[in-house]
Design a protein around this ligand. Structure first.
Ligand code: ADP
Ligand code: MG
Length: 310
């Protein structure tokens, strides 16, 4: 039976999600797509730090007050996020969110926060402070003003879950685009691999490279997406937890990994770690590759990557 491509686009987690599946007919494809979108919406209700009813908000509101027992799924996500923090020396850190109050990347910010305010916000950051109690399934932020946020890992996690749900439902091939975080499996109906374009950060209408992704994820963090311009300098929406200031030096990072969750977190971490340290870390991780474009427009890649430049 002939296989066809079906797509559905929706706004979730403050981003554009595009889900693509390969199926025989429109009715079954749309049933699958709707269930996957329902799954992403469910995850958003769990991890959103904007939604006043989410368990994540409950953790944040109880900072310095009391531990909060949460769903095993949220507990496990937080535990994995803390592991990634350890592996990146805190470059990726969900407690960055205490600094999020100072920086808005929607273009409305006009002046830099004061050095005192930045210094005060950094004090509330530190993945090592988060207290996990496994038997109770509870999470505790021990200081008032601490806050967690999943901005650099949530879309990747959602993409992984949507892929898993669709694979378990018997969908043979598809690609989830979670606001630029891609997670793919199987092949296109014509037998070829799914391809992703790596955007040239110097000109976002041009692609640098076209890469087959096969059965894995690729996630790009780029400073052409969300940034704020103050006194002529562009600041990215990725904040260095050590300094409290947006990270500089890199324009774009793409990470390839089996899981979009890890790729998402690592792309953010590499921005903070910088080119040399970032490449060194990635070269030690089996199954993980990356492409970095620095502020001079220079492209650097990890050891085992093969780029077909356009
Ligand atoms: P995008 O959301 O555009 O895909 P990223 O995946 O790189 O980009 O995530 C950037 C987001 O992650 C920021 O908007 C913020 O919510 C959060 N964030 C910023 N700095 C850090 C950090 N050092 N560690 C963890 N999360 C961060
Ligand atoms: Mg990320």
């Amino acid at each position: 039976m002939a296989q066809h491509i079906f797509k559905k686009t929706t706004g979730l987690m403050g981003s554009r999600f595009e889900l693509t599946v390969v199926a025989q007919d429109s009715a079954s494809a749309h049933g699958h797509l709707d269930r996957a979108i329902g799954e992403i919406a469910r995850i958003e209700r769990l991890i959103s730090s904007w939604d006043p009813r989410s368990q994540t908000t409950a953790i944040n509101q109880n900072a310095g007050v009391a531990p909060v027992t949460v769903a095993p799924e949220l507990y496990a996500l937080i535990a994995r996020a803390l592991e990634i923090s350890k592996a990146t020396d805190g470059a990726f850190d969900i407690t960055y969110a205490a600094m999020d109050r100072l920086w808005t990347f929607d273009g409305t910010m006009r002046v830099m926060p004061s050095p005192q305010a930045v210094a005060a916000s950094v004090v509330k950051v530190g993945y090592g402070k988060v207290v996990l109690h496994e038997a109770e399934g509870s999470v505790y932020l021990p200081e008032k003003g601490m806050k967690i946020g999943f901005g650099a890992i949530g879309k990747g996690y959602a993409a992984d879950r949507a892929k898993k749900l669709l694979q378990e439902a018997g969908v043979r091939a598809g690609i989830i685009n979670a606001g630029g975080d891609m997670q793919a499996w199987g092949k296109q109906p014509n037998g070829s691999d799914w391809q992703v374009a790596i955007t040239n950060p110097m000109d976002k209408n041009k692609a640098f490279a076209l890469l087959p992704i096969g059965d894995r994820a690729v996630v790009t963090s780029g400073n052409y997406e969300k940034f704020v311009r103050i006194n002529g300098t562009r600041y990215v929406h990725i904040i260095d937890p050590r300094t409290g200031y947006p990270s500089t030096g890199i324009l774009s990072v793409s990470v390839f990994a089996p899981k979009a969750e890890l790729a998402d977190a690592l792309a953010t971490a590499i921005f903070v770690m910088g080119k040399e340290v970032g490449l060194d870390r990635v070269n030690q991780l089996p199954g993980v590759e990356c492409i970095i474009i620095d502020e001079a427009g220079q492209l650097a890649t990890s050891k085992n990557i093969d780029i077909k430049t356009l």
